[in-house]
Design a protein around this ligand. Structure first.
Ligand code: DCP
Ligand code: MG
Length: 442
C-alpha cells in the first residue's frame, strides 16, 4: 500500500529509486542501479499529483546543519519564555521528547540533550528558501506553516519532462543538497491523504496513498487522523464506541450529521477518502485585521467579548469586500503594561465569515482572560487566499452553512439600511462598534 513497502506493488513498472532516480522494472527491495533500499513502487505512482511536503524536525534540522558537531546528538529547540519544547530532533524523540513538552520533563527523559533557544529569524529565512524551491515546481503552492505546504503538480509533466512523483523525489534531494535539511513527501489524490502520507514515514519519507487503497487504508486508522478531530472530540466519539475510521465508514451520512452536527459531514466524507479541497496558491500571506484601544483597561472576558464580536465583523466585512479569505485567525492583546500577546489558530479551510472568525477568536481569548488588564484587543486573519472556495459547503457542517446564509442575509440588510440595521446578540446595546464609546480605533 505504501511506497516504501514493495510487497503491495500492483505494477512493477511503476517504480523508481529515491537516491539515484533510476526506474525500477522489478519490484525488489533494493535499487537495480545503485543498490539503495530507498525504492518506491506504487500502482498509481505516475498518475497522482497532489503532494504535501513537510520538513523534518525543522528548527532542530536547521541548527544541526549550522553546527555539524551536533549531528549525532539529541537536540532540543525550546526554552525561552514559554519553557516548552518547540521541536526535538529524531534522536531526542526516540528518547521520548515531544513538541510542547515542558522543558524540565524533556530533560528528565533525555538529560544529555543539547538545548538551543529558537532563532526564529533564521527559521523563517530557511522556510522561505524551501518555499521558493517549491514555487519553482508549480505556481500552486499552498503554505500551511513555516515548514510545510501543499503542492498541486497536475499538468506539470510537460514542463518538467517527468511525472510529479519523480519531480518530488528530485525536489527532496535538492533540498538536502542545497539547503542541508530533509523533508518528507506525501503523494495522493487529495489534501487529506497527502498530508497523512507525508506524516507516515518521517523523517526523509516518501509515501503514496492511491485512490485504490484509500478506503481500506483509512479503515484501520484511528479517528484522530481526521482533520478537526482533536482529543476532546475523539473522547466524544469513544463514548459512542467509535475509535477507528473503519467504524465511521459503516455509518450513514444522515446519522453522522444527526449525531455530530458540525462534524458529521466531515467525518462522513473524510472517512471515505472524499476530499475536494483544492490547492490555493499563496498570496504572499499578509493579513486583514482590526483592533481597538480602550479608554480604560478591561480585564474580564465578558467585557472583551462584544468588542471581539464587533471587530470580527469588521474584519469579515473587509474580507468580503476584497473577495479574499483567511485561514489563520490571530488574536492580539496588549496588556496595561504594554506587553503584546498574539495567539493564532489555523482553521481547516479559509473563512471570511464573522461567525467563524469570532468563535475562533473567542476560544483563544478564553485562555487569555486570566485577570490581566488589557488596553487593546485585535483580531485578524492571515494565510489569505481568493475566497472562491472558502467555507466550502461540502466540508463545512450544516450549522455553519446556515450561519453563513444568515450572515449573507444580514450583510444584504446592512447594505440596504446601513450598518446599524441589524445587530447580533453580542454587540446589541453596545453601539455598532460593540464597546463603550470614546475609544479610538486603528
Ligand atoms: N513548532 C513549535 N511548537 C509546536 C510545534 C511546532 O514551535 N508545538 C515549530 C517547531 C517545528 C516547526 O514548528 O520545528 C514545524 O512544526 P512541525 O509540526 O512540522 O514539526 P517538526 O518539523 O519539528 O517535526 P516533524 O518532523 O514531525 O515535521
Ligand atoms: Mg515539520
Amino acid at each position: 500500500m505504501f511506497a516504501s513497502m514493495p510487497a503491495a506493488v500492483n505494477d512493477p513498472e511503476h517504480g523508481f529509486c529515491r537516491d539515484c532516480l533510476a526506474p525500477q522494472k522489478v519490484a525488489r527491495r533494493r535499487c537495480e542501479a545503485c543498490g539503495s533500499p530507498r525504492v518506491v513502487h506504487h500502482g498509481e505512482l505516475y498518475s497522482l499529483s497532489l503532494a504535501h511536503i513537510d520538513c523534518d524536525a525543522f528548527y532542530a534540522a536547521v541548527e544541526k546543519r549550522d553546527r555539524p558537531e551536533l549531528r549525532d546528538k539529541p537536540v532540543i529547540i525550546g526554552g525561552g519564555k514559554r519553557g516548552v519544547v518547540s521541536t526535538a530532533c529524531y534522536i531526542a524523540r526516540i528518547r521520548g521528547v515531544r513538541s510542547a513538552m515542558p522543558m524540565f520533563k524533556a530533560l528528565e527523559a533525555c538529560p544529555d540533550a543539547i538545548v538551543i533557544k529558537p532563532d526564529m529569524e533564521k527559521y523563517v529565512t530557511v522556510g522561505r528558501q524551501v518555499r521558493a524551491m517549491m514555487q519553482a515546481l508549480t505556481p500552486l503552492v499552498e503554505p500551511i506553516s513555516i515548514d510545510e505546504a501543499f503542492l498541486d503538480l497536475a499538468g506539470t509533466q510537460k514542463l518538467h519532462g517527468r511525472p510529479p512523483a519523480l519531480v518530488l523525489a528530485s525536489f527532496a534531494r535538492q533540498v538536502e543538497a542545497e539547503i542541508g535539511i530533509t523533508v518528507s513527501v506525501g503523494l495522493s489524490y487529495c489534501k487529506f491523504l497527502a498530508k497523512v502520507a507525508s506524516d507516515f514515514a518521517k523523517p526523509r519519507g516518501f509515501s503514496v496513498i492511491g485512490e485504490a487503497e484509500a478506503v481500506s487504508f483509512l479503515a484501520g486508522q484511528p479517528v484522530t487522523l481526521i482533520w478537526g478531530v482533536g482529543k476532546a472530540f475523539a473522547a466524544t466519539l469513544a463514548q459512542d464506541g467509535i475509535r477507528t475510521i473503519g467504524q465511521l465508514q459503516t455509518m450513514e451520512q444522515d446519522e453522522l450529521m444527526r449525531r455530530y452536527g458540525s462534524m458529521g459531514m466531515r467525518l462522513y466524507r473524510l472517512s471515505r477518502g472524499m476530499d475536494d479541497r483544492q490547492v490555493h496558491a499563496d498570496h504572499d500571506a499578509k493579513s486583514v485585521s482590526a483592533e481597538t484601544t480602550f479608554d480604560t483597561d478591561l480585564a474580564t472576558f465578558e467585557d472583551l467579548v462584544p468588542i471581539l464580536r464587533a471587530l470580527s465583523e469588521k474584519v469579515s466585512a473587509r474580507l468580503k469586500k476584497s473577495g479574499i479569505a483567511g485561514r489563520t485567525v490571530v488574536l492580539k492583546l496588549k496588556s496595561a503594561d504594554f506587553r503584546i500577546r498574539t495567539r493564532n489558530r489555523q482553521l481547516p479551510d479559509a473563512t471570511r465569515l464573522a461567525d467563524r472568525i469570532f468563535s475562533t477568536g473567542l476560544d483563544l481569548l478564553r485562555r487569555e482572560a486570566d485577570g490581566t488588564r488589557y488596553r487593546l484587543i485585535g483580531i485578524g486573519v492571515s494565510d489569505l487566499s481568493d475566497d472562491g472556495r472558502a467555507d466550502p459547503p461540502d466540508l463545512v457542517d450544516v450549522g455553519s452553512r446556515k450561519r453563513a446564509m444568515a450572515e449573507g442575509a444580514i450583510d444584504a440588510l446592512r447594505a440596504k439600511f446601513g450598518g446599524k440595521a441589524v445587530e447580533t446578540g453580542y454587540t446589541f446595546g453596545r453601539g455598532s462598534r460593540g464597546r463603550p464609546p470614546r475609544s479610538d480605533e486603528s
